[in-house]
Design a binder for this molecule. Sequence first.
Ligand SMILES: C[S@@+](CC[C@H](N)C(=O)[O-])C[C@H]1O[C@@H](n2cnc3c(N)ncnc32)[C@H](O)[C@@H]1O
Length: 297
Amino acid sequence: MASTTPTKAARAGELPAAEDSRREFEFSDADFRHLSKLAYDHAGIVLAEGKRNLVYGRLSRRLRTLNLETFRQYRDFLEANEREVQSFINSISTNHTKLFRESHHFDHLRANVAIPFAQAGRSKSGSRMRVWSAGCSSGEEPYTIAMVLKHDIPDIARHDVKILATDIDTDIVAKAVAGEFATSAMDEVPRQYREYFRNKDGEPKGQTVVVNQDVRSLITFRKLNLLGEWPFKGLFDAIFCRNVMIYFDGPTKTRLVERFTQQVRPGGFLYIGHSESLIGGHPGLSLVGRTIYRREA
Ligand SMILES: C[S@@+](CC[C@H](N)C(=O)[O-])C[C@H]1O[C@@H](n2cnc3c(N)ncnc32)[C@H](O)[C@@H]1O
């Protein structure tokens, strides 16, 4: 099931190519090329020719908000207002996600990270674990990780367990922080984890659920562009970067995987999306499951 929020495409009402002439705003080839280059240079996101309507649709709302009449004017606005680049990226990023997406990754996380940690940490407090959800979108991925860890590490509060969740899209990070989901999203959540949600105060039951504070407190949300500097001091026990690299080209993906390899501890795991399997050699990583890689010790 898709994310319960309407997609940006649905909100923006993207037009099929045949309906170009009905467009509200003038949108030239040069405009498309310029905006594609900006997305690539800033975020590594490749917007090939087939994404023209997507770009038009997603940015039309922005033009309306800014009272602009053409994409040429929007380009000028971008040039004059550096801060608009963030709104541009927020508009064009694709945030589709769901709770327990690709659930085999969480079975692996339980068996290979959470349970061994719980067993090793039983007698001593303060044991450290770090997990990174890189490209976390509206939070379904890090909240799933948090629930899995909490469930299998009963005394988690005694330990130093933290999940870092980052995304380039500041609007979606703000949404993630709220930790609210449509009740229908519970269909994806196995029964044993449903106790980590409660009905949102002041709303009729069955509308919105909120993730409980003890689960939320395991996660820190931040804005981070994966192409930029990573301000981390230590290494991660596991990194999730799923359904993010599909928007990047080969060289960007290769470089990113090299950086993830350096950022995960020896013996730790890198989880990537179902359509992103790493072709060719990636020194230091071994494939240990479906789209699961382990950093060699
Ligand atoms: C399709 S969502 C994936 C969400 C989640 N990981 C999952 O698999 O369900 C892709 C996310 O990657 C983010 N993203 C795209 N380019 C990025 C970049 N350069 N740095 C950080 N995040 C980026 C987008 O904003 C979007 O929220």
